[in-house]
Design a protein around this ligand. Structure first.
Ligand code: ATP
Ligand code: MG
Length: 571
């Protein structure tokens, strides 16, 4: 395989504000040690295309500045997390091309130290055990315009708090009965500083710590402290955490942590025609709208891998879109453009017929085989050539023939000559139909003087068709994909109209064609390999595929809608 096209491309070009921030700090002499970042997924679902932004950002910034990037699981909620998700996330990040080396962490590995800091806060009078239920608590929280009211349990003594918190840990109380809360300021204009919950009681088995714990830290407590334990310097997270930053800072200031990480936020990346939230994607799986998390219609990394998207395309897409402070929604054609660009360089060209029409070459005797040389990839001379067999009975695409063609139709028609790619020129001499009038076969003649595809007398034909030899071709199943939803912003429409999200699913998102034919060079094509089916698009071998029962997924078509959109906006 050729080297990744993206090996030396910088992330987000010159306008990357995280790079500017770090460069500024280095210039100001603020860095004595390395730049340390982390990607912190919660293992409660599969990673999606939105996650590719923080993954590429964190790993590439660390690499650019000669530092390191950790992979840390934020596994603080045993009710929704699972080892299945941990394994999938590891595979996905590795597939995207990033390596955390020995720096794989789990927030749960830090539970004992986090608990210690919670006791430290109690000792400092900065945390208390609260008996308000989750229904009662909001009644004390106030609003943006109104200060909150202190919890009636706020003034418990340190000794009582410590005793109750230890008994919470020991499992004496039921979930919901008590929480540990920070004691900050119920009148703060910053809502997260109004005595936020730091620990809750959860009685469920954790995928790593089993039944050892029945108190679990909240994200806002576990996250900054895990960063501090690991020596993370730049805690990069998406925009919904801007409002939480004061609590992040409060936590690292008030616990005796070994380092002082800082949080910087970037905008979330969304795509049209899909949804990008683990919660919603999980629903699609559980309700059976798709076959699983890796169904090729899903926006998950495992799904796009299965569909044939190369990881370099995702890296390049993120670099080109760059980093924004605000949330952005990118048009799906822009992603497809990046996919096509990469596959155009790397995917071998082959011929496949998805909707076959039989063609008999009348002047080629039965049993005779001609071998023609075909170019594997015009974009990559090193890819070489292969032989494609040609014989008396061929298949072409049904819509490459019209009996009564309109003016602008240049493909095959009665009496007309066209080129069969890499092979020769053929002329249609007859049409065979069944009783219902459906065309079942074309009769053609070939011109032996045009071997390879060009006429020695220089005569031109208006079109070139792909084809396969019926005796040599291999049957295949081909799955054609379109967008999962039929509207650009399914979630917004569902909310605006009060209709279920599922009603915006695209009924044509998957169409399966079972009677397709591919050229014999694909006989042993391995799952994961990607090809350009000439004139049809890019296709990848599905993991369900076996020799003799090939299955292909359409990755993208050849139509570049993004180029069109750009031209239109340039006008
Ligand atoms: P979801 O909303 O899909 O459940 P999440 O944010 O809860 O996603 P996490 O596992 O917590 O998922 O995410 C890990 C990291 O990925 C977080 O730092 C989060 O900020 C970031 N992230 C998640 N989705 C996106 C997105 N669409 N764009 C940019 N960053 C994202
Ligand atoms: Mg989250």
């Amino acid at each position: 395989m050729s080297a990744p096209s993206d090996a030396s491309r910088p992330y987000g070009g010159p306008g990357n504000f995280v790079r500017e921030l770090i460069e500024g700090e280095i210039a100001a002499g603020k860095h004595s040690g390395p730049v340390v970042t982390r990607f912190p997924p919660e293992p409660n679902g599969y990673l999606h295309l939105g996650h590719a932004r923080p993954i590429t950002l964190n790993f590439e910034m660390a690499r650019e500045f000669g530092g390191r990037c950790h992979l840390r699981f934020d596994d603080t909620n045993p009710l929704s997390e699972d080892v299945e998700y941990v394994d999938a996330i590891l595979a996905d990040v590795r597939w995207l091309g990033f390596d955390w080396g020995e720096h794989l962490y789990f927030a749960s590995d830090h539970f004992e130290r986090l608990y210690g800091w919670a006791e430290e806060l109690i000792g400092k009078g900065l945390a208390f055990v609260c008996d308000l239920s989750s229904d009662e608590m909001p009644l004390y929280q106030g609003s943006l315009n109104e200060p909150g009211r202190p919890s009636p349990y706020r003034d418990r003594s340190r000794e009582e708090n410590l005793d109750l918190f230890r008994r919470m840990r020991a499992g004496e109380f039921e979930p919901g009965a008590r929480t540990l809360r920070a004691k900050i300021d119920m009148a703060s204009p910053v809502l997260v500083l109004r005595d936020p919950v730091l620990y809750r009681i959860v009685k469920a088995s954790h995928h790593r710590t089993g039944d050892r714990w029945c108190v679990y830290p909240m994200y806002d407590f576990a996250h900054p402290l895990s960063d501090a334990i690991e020596g993370v310097t730049h805690s990069l997270c998406s925009s919904e955490f801007v409002d939480h930053r004061p609590l992040y800072d409060w936590t690292v200031e008030n616990c005796s942590v070994p380092s002082r990480p800082r949080q910087t936020e970037f905008g979330r990346l969304n795509l049209t025609y899909t949804v990008m939230s683990k919660r919603l994607l999980k629903r699609l799986v559980e309700e059976g709208h798709v076959r699983g998390w890796d169904d090729p219609r899903m926006p998950t990394l495992s799904a796009i891998r299965r569909r044939g998207v190369p990881p370099a395309a995702i890296r390049n897409f993120n670099r080109d879109v760059g980093l924004t402070k605000r949330d952005i929604t990118i048009e799906l054609p822009r992603l497809e453009h990046a996919v096509r660009e990469e596959l155009n360089r790397t995917a071998p060209r082959v011929m496949a017929v998805l909707n076959p029409l039989r063609v008999v070459i009348e002047n080629l005797p039965e049993g005779e085989r001609l071998d023609f040389e075909a170019v594997n990839n015009p974009e990559d001379p090193g890819a070489g050539t292969r032989t494609v067999p040609f014989s008396r009975v061929l298949y072409i695409e049904r819509d490459d023939f019209l009996e009564d063609p309109p003016k602008k139709y240049f493909r095959l028609a009665p009496g007309r000559e066209v080129r069969l790619r890499y092979a020769c020129l053929v002329t249609c001499t007859g049409v065979v139909k069944d009783a219902s009038g459906k065309i079942t076969e074309l009769r053609c003649t070939w011109d032996p003087a045009t071997r390879g595809g060009n006429a020695p007398d220089g005569r031109k034909v208006a079109s070139t068709l792909h084809w396969v030899s019926a005796t040599h071709a291999i049957p295949a199943e081909v799955r054609l994909y379109e967008t999962l939803f039929r509207v650009e912003d399914p979630m917004a429409e569902a909310e605006a109209k009060g209709i279920d999200l599922a009603s915006f699913l695209n009924p044509n998102s998957e169409r399966v064609r079972r009677e397709c034919w591919v050229e014999p060079s694909l006989r042993d094509a391995q799952p994961g390999s990607a090809f350009q089916f000439e004139r049809l698009g890019y296709f990848a071998v599905d993991p369900e595929s076996k020799p003799g029962a090939l299955v292909f997924n359409r990755t993208v078509t050849l139509r570049d809608e993004w180029a069109k959109l750009q031209k239109r906006s340039a006008k």
